[in-house]
Design a protein around this ligand. Sequence first.
Ligand SMILES: O=C(O)CCC(=O)C(=O)O
Length: 263
Amino acid sequence: MQLSDSQISEFDERGYISIPGLLNEMEVKILQDAMPDILARTGPEIVRESDSPETARLAFGPHYYSEPFARLVQLPRILQPVRDLLRDDVYIHQSRLNPKPGFGAGGGWEWHQDFPPWHLIDGMPEPQCIMVSVFIDDCTPATSPLLAIPGSQHHGLLDSKLHEDAEGRGYALHHIDRAALAKLADEGGIEPIMGKAGTVAFVHCNVVHGSANNVSPWRRAISYLNFNAVSNACKSDERPWYQNNRDFTPLETTADDALEQLA
Ligand SMILES: O=C(O)CCC(=O)C(=O)O
């Protein structure tokens, strides 16, 4: 799939674009059906909610151990736009599945950029990385959508500090200083990224974003695929495979129906 010039300029200007219906209903169902096995894992790649240890907050690395997610990352509809936006070959630096269950069990995320831990811990030189957000469930105003500040990626690495809630829990999150956040939000506004299941958003790794906890009765799962430019490969190996993949082999596209073939 080729992005149009206007989609590329929108991404360059606002930091993200969203494409409804990029995955069809069958593909969405295959990914939904794969979730229970992923969330039943007991390894360190599964991070739990701090106030509810039986609830998974996020699963790192599903593309390594779940065939549907392995196929998802190589679909031409996903991989080609990423290459076009980064103007390079790419590999997966990290993938995550956030199940975000309803009834308040799926906790919120403080305002942050994704790039700081990748740069400061994993040694990723530049913000040449895209967080592809694949909506596994409908993402509506009721299900605590991702909130983003358009254009915030132009401000580079912002003042942030390691979020205490994340410390020692298997992931790192640097949250944005409040004054900086207020200034950015006054300038750029805050927009929800929403859509039906099967929508895919391509988000620059320096876009400031966050979300509230999901008090609706509905699950709102998103699969985040962080594609890094091969020329921007990470230099440190401090973190494990599921947070900092060290295989920089450029990803090749598969057949467009590779995921659907699992039906
Ligand atoms: O899924 C969410 O609600 C937010 C997740 C997020 O911001 C992240 O994983 O970086």
